[in-house]
Ligand binder design. Structure first.
Ligand SMILES: O=C(O)CCC(=O)C(=O)O
Ligand SMILES: [Fe+2]
Length: 331
């Protein structure tokens, strides 16, 4: 949308606002508007946290949302958990999978991308100062503060009793259509995560694993083959792989992980749902590595080319807003 100020929401169909047209927080239900460096710097990580991130490839237990704010977001979540998306703006989603492992009803993983376009709460999560300030410190090794852009969002929901696994993977294996690797992930628990309901597990140090600078290959787009990764690991990697770290995240707390860090989660065997909201970012300067789809591999023709950028050109525009700029803390 040429010439738009990216401050005003746009109604794209009757009763449906596309929040991707707004590149700043839209409301104050999750946090107040930040205006100066003192506001922003409350959320700075300590240098030992930054060191820990670069040693292990992840940080855990970063408080982001109160339980009440999680409940607010979980109301929006209901649009996506009923077997099909019931939001009137569902065509704006990048992807909707009622079950990412479609051949197995006992292994259900609901996976959604692009919901930041459909509701204020998911939109404002993308710009959350408690998320973007730390990420600006972590996104490029050795650089204190970096201009940060939004890549995309994800919901992962595992229903009670038969919630599916997320096979061990590196996120960047799925993202080589953008380069170079300067990406990270923030995984926010909306329910307490436990061993029984399939908490996220990490392999400390695995963010250094690569194949000639490239990530490990994608083995499984259904996320189902939990231990498949073992077939492609070297001896020293297998040795490290045998020491995973389980993270028992509290509701409203987040893990931040490097996009090369190997992680996965086991099935939800508990009586309650296990839901998470994920936001992914990259450093300003990342370019498109494809002339094909960047965000929406399917969907109605009028929407499925959303976010496409010609190969070699900078990732920017409506779908990739700047969420933190070091210029905002120079005062
Ligand atoms: O276990 C999950 O919910 C998915 C974890 C994951 O792959 C991620 O947050 O990047
Ligand atoms: Fe992941």
């Amino acid at each position: 949308m040429e010439g738009h100020d990216f401050k005003t929401p746009v109604e794209v169909m009757p009763g449906v606002v596309d929040w991707s047209m707004v590149h700043q927080p839209a409301g104050n239900k999750l946090y107040d508007f930040h205006k100066d460096s003192a506001d922003w710097n409350q959320w700075k990580l300590s240098s030992s946290q930054v060191e820990q991130y670069w040693r292990d490839g992840f940080l855990s237990d970063i408080p982001i949302l109160t339980p009440e704010q999680c409940d607010l977001i979980l109301q929006e979540y209901n649009y996506y958990t009923g077997g099909e998306c019931s939001h009137p703006g569902r065509d704006l989603l990048y992807e909707f999978h009622a079950n990412q492992t479609p051949d197995d009803p006992n292994n259900i993983l609901i996976h959604v991308l692009g919901h930041w376009r459909l509701s204020e709460a998911f939109h404002d999560l993308v710009f959350h100062p408690k998320i973007v300030r730390p990420c600006s410190q972590l996104i490029v090794e050795g650089q204190h503060d970096t201009r940060l852009r939004f890549w995309h969002d994800q919901l992962f929901a595992k229903p009670p009793k038969h919630g599916g696994v997320v096979a061990w993977h590196q996120d960047y294996s799925y993202w080589t259509r953008t380069k170079p690797q300067m990406h990270l992930t923030v995984h926010i628990a909306l329910d307490d995560q436990t061993e029984e309901n399939g908490c996220v597990c990490y392999i400390p140090g695995s963010h250094r694993w690569n194949r000639n600078g490239e990530p490990l290959p994608v083995l499984d787009y259904t996320f189902k083959a939990m231990e498949g990764i073992k077939t492609i690991l070297t001896e020293p990697e297998l040795e490290q792989f045998s020491k995973p770290q389980k993270v028992y995240l509290k509701k409203g707390h987040a893990n931040i992980h490097h996009s090369m860090t190997v992680h996965g989660s086991y099935a939800n065997k508990s009586n309650g749902p296990r839901r998470a909201a994920v936001v992914n970012y990259f450093a300003d300067g990342v370019v498109s590595n494809t002339d094909s789809f960047l965000l929406c591999p399917s969907g109605p023709p009028q929407f499925h080319s959303a976010g496409n950028i010609p190969k070699g050109q900078k990732m920017e525009g409506q779908f990739y807003p700047v969420v933190f700029d070091p210029a905002w803390i120079k005062s």
